[in-house]
Ligand binder design. Sequence first.
Ligand code: PEP
Length: 252
Amino acid sequence: MKFRKKIIAGNWKMNKTLADAENLASAIKLDLADCREVDVVLCPPFTALKTVGEVIADTHIKLGAQNMHWETSGAFTGEISPAMLRDLFCRYVIIGHSERRSIFGETDAMINRKLRAALAANLTPILCVGEALQERDSGRAVDVVRQQLTADLDGLKDEAKSIVIAYEPVWAIGTGRTATPEQAQEMHAHIRGVISELAGEEAASAVRIQYGGSVKPSNAAEIFRQPDVDGGLIGGASLEARSFVEIVKASG
Ligand code: PEP
């Protein structure tokens, strides 16, 4: 099996004022500045990107954004372009988070445009996919995730291996209900299979697939131990330095 370096990203969502963000990033830096075994990414809100970027500038921790628009510039009030994220030294950007899909109406077509724009700007997208509870309960989870991947990655065969995929079952996000390690492994293996069909075997064995959904220090190690789980996208537990650091250490 190809070696895939684990990647843990903290999605701070719409949390943390500037002072709080600086404190959190500084506390995480104390423990993880020299961490090389695992890729660590912090995704603060747009308003804190510059400050957090400055805190982690001399470390191995990378900066990510939570969203972006696909256009370079123009009349798109309230939006942020890939070039603006590059300006702030962002290396990653979360694309298609379920909250963007369900609350802000992002479609797979929009997500496809965002992926293309992120890659063109040399940003590594963290593409989120995952089924809702009724889709899992009705046995459609694997089909839903296949449809999302097929539409989101349309025309991106060669680029697929450079994208990080986050499997985030919607029913596990912020609910305290985590997928079992077996459920996560089963879906991750399915995702790798779909990538193999879409982009070939080499891309499938290289692509990193994170699990996201109520990961905590108490359940992280068991989930990360699954062969097709290459790290995690962490929401709630990334808002506190100690729990985020413990989760990173559980992945090493
Ligand atoms: C997320 O929103 O990406 C997430 C995984 O959240 P939580 O860890 O809080 O479930």
